[in-house]
Design a binder for this molecule. Structure first.
Ligand code: ZN
Length: 234
């Protein structure tokens, strides 16, 4: 019997193939199992997140029974994607992609960069837990990005921001960088998200191997905190 989740996925495949974005009107609250996760490709996973963000910005988010989902995911999880996002309170990946319990992994760190610990988490999510898509999700007006632009110094934040500074260097900014330059802040947020994808591919043999055989895709995107819209870089 074709489950509603599977029906939704095949519809997602059709819409992806035809290039037409279509918001799913159907309420689909079935949790992922390893069987349904196995039917998802990196491209359908991407399409599901795009459609989820469409539902989010149109105010048509799914209204699922979370206690039922809690019960259904208690013994097993099989998320279809993993998001590396900022800790910013306005960008919770599950909400901006309209996902529910068991749907996606989320690694959150101020400035959405990757380090050894985040890479290890991504390798767990993909190689061991079967997620098909890695999304590095940056956002507009990011405090960590502004801090890196200003070369802010504070406690452990100083060392943390060093993870973002190499992206600033790449921008070849003339003069003294400052968060007062809004265009610079956004350029740095974009560059930082794209650089995280490159770092994932170069520093993780596990993930680059999965990507080479088409089992996993790694992409970056930018969330606009004013509109809720997510723009995809790749
Ligand atoms: Zn942020």
């Amino acid at each position: 019997m074709l489950s509603r989740r599977l029906a939704l996925q095949s519809l997602a495949t059709v819409t992806a193939a035809s290039g037409v974005m279509q918001v799913q009107a159907e309420q689909n609250c079935d949790v992922f199992t390893s069987a349904t996760q196995g039917t998802v490709t990196p491209d359908t996973a991407l399409q599901m997140l795009k459609e989820g963000n469409d539902r989010f910005i149109q105010g048509k988010t799914r209204n699922c029974d979370l206690l039922k989902q809690l019960k259904d995911t208690a013994k097993q999880q099989a998320p279809f994607a993993v998001v590396v996002g900022c800790i910013d309170s306005r960008v919770p990946p599950e909400m901006v992609f309209d996902q529910r319990l068991g749907d996606i992994f989320a690694a959150r760190i101020a400035g959405n960069f990757v380090n050894t610990d985040i890479l290890g988490s991504l390798e767990f999510a993909t190689q061991l837990a079967g997620a098909k898509l890695i999304v590095v999700l940056g956002h507009t007006e990011c405090g960590a990005i502004k801090g890196a632009a200003d070369n802010a110094k504070l406690g452990n934040l100083t060392a943390m921001l060093e993870n973002i500074r190499p992206s600033l260097k790449k921008l070849n900014y003339k003069g003294v960088p400052s968060s007062k330059d809004k265009e610079l802040v956004q350029k740095l947020a974009d560059q930082n998200a794209k650089d995280a994808v490159d770092k994932i591919m170069t520093k993780s043999q596990v993930i680059s191997n999965l990507a080479a055989v088409g089992k996993v895709k790694v992409v970056s995107a930018m969330h606009d905190i004013g509109t809720g819209k997510i723009t995809w870089f790749s």
